[in-house]
Design a protein around this ligand. Structure first.
Ligand code: CP3
Length: 349
């Protein structure tokens, strides 16, 4: 990576391009959400969670809420990784206290019923939200678009809900690799369209969430996580050369090296369990690193949180680095602790 000065002014983009920064950029995964009282208020107005995702006025509002409060270096579009199965025509709902519920897809024939031709049309409200955000964000705030990685989205489409072992998707992949690959290919193509539309609408960076990457053995990790991610990035960069892309291959461990090398991703988001020193030594010459404070340290707050943040900064802030969590903010997080963390990172040199 080069260390140019350059004209780019947004810290997050500078870090992803390997340029010097005046301060460590910070944003937090799931920075909009139920830990904020103002989110709960807007969420109640919206009706269902998907109604919120597809309402550009309200989705813009909840995206901006954490920016107003904390002045993060980036806003992340308010949406969800499961808008893709929804746009493909699978029945998706979000139930209070239960998380997402989908009508599971378990047979090859069901793949033919997916409506692959209407994704862009059905997700127009999401792109409208991006356009509005682009116009309303402060000049120094970068705008991140996102999608789930095909493997992670497939685990929900096949399992029908969040599962701790992703057994349904894994068993389909092991028993019928060709059928499962067809689902991965459908999702890869839909994701390229979805992220391209977000960039065209004004997203400056995209993040690909592979939350369940760590449950795959090496061979399947290469086939279902690395290969589709590489295809998505190549598809995007054919249109937008140099587009900064961040990957979150949660739980990939040492396979993160091959993930970064093969996909040519600009940044890699480290999960909570990843050693910052190991990541510095093995990944930071290949990509910008992002992470990786335990979200529960943000719940605990205080000296323990500050000491952990200091250890992360010490290990990683000498190369291209974005401060973040090792996974998303949890609902029980006190908003004051987030303010305390941001102040602490801003004051660190
Ligand atoms: O601030 C942001 O980060 C913005 C948007 C965002 C959401 N989901 C909003 C959301 C993003 C980037 C996501 C990503 C997402 N969604 C992932 C990948 C990241 C990760 O956390 O691992 C996954 C696996 C999902 C799927 C999903 N969506 C689940 C499992 C759940 C239920 C669990 C939960 O946290 O509630 C959701 C719902 C969801 N997505 C909420 C929000 C704010 C809460 C729903 C509500 O308000 O009722």
């Amino acid at each position: 990576m080069s260390h140019e000065t350059g004209a780019e002014t947004k810290r997050l983009i500078r870090a992803l391009k390997g340029m010097s920064v005046d301060q460590t950029p910070i944003w937090l995964m799931r920075q909009a959400g139920r830990y904020l009282p103002e989110y709960k208020k807007t969420r109640a107005e919206a009706g269902s969670f998907l109604d919120l995702c597809y309402n550009p006025d309200l989705a813009e509002e909840v995206t901006l809420q954490p920016i107003r409060r904390y002045g993060f270096d980036a806003a992340i579009l308010f949406s969800d990784i499961l808008v893709i199965p929804d746009a493909l025509g699978q029945t998706v709902s979000f139930r209070e206290g239960e998380g997402p519920v989908l009508d599971p897809i378990t047979r090859l024939e069901q793949l033919d019923e997916l409506d692959t031709g209407s994704v862009l049309e059905r997700l127009q409200p999401v792109y409208e939200t991006v356009r509005r955000l682009k116009a309303s964000l402060p000049a120094e705030t970068a705008l991140i678009g996102f999608a789930g990685a095909p493997w992670t989205v497939a685990t929900y489409m096949v399992g029908g809900r969040t599962s701790s072992d992703q057994a349904a998707a894994k068993l389909w992949a092991y028993r019928a690799p060709e059928a499962f690959q067809k689902l991965i290919d459908i999702l890869t193509e839909a994701t390229i369209l979805h992220l391209t539309a977000q960039v065209e609408a004004g997203a400056e960076i995209v993040q690909i969430f592979d939350t369940w990457a760590g449950s795959l053995p090496e061979a399947q990790f290469r086939t279902y996580s690395i290969a589709p991610t590489k295809k998505i990035i190549h598809g995007l960069r054919a249109k937008f050369p140099g587009l900064p892309v961040i990957g979150f291959p949660r739980g990939a461990g040492a396979l993160a090296i091959d993930y970064v090398r093969s996909t040519e991703i600009s940044g890699v988001s480290l999960d909570t369990g990843m050693s910052p020193a190991w990541a510095r030594d093995n990944l930071q010459t290949l990509a910008c690193l992002q992470g990786n404070l335990d979200p529960l340290l943000l719940v605990a707050g205080g000296a323990e949180m500050r000491e952990a943040a200091t250890r992360i900064l010490k290990a990683l802030s000498h190369g291209p680095f974005i401060f973040n969590l090792g996974h998303g903010i949890v609902p029980q997080t006190p908003p004051d602790h987030v303010a305390e963390l941001v102040e602490f990172i801003r004051a660190a040199k």
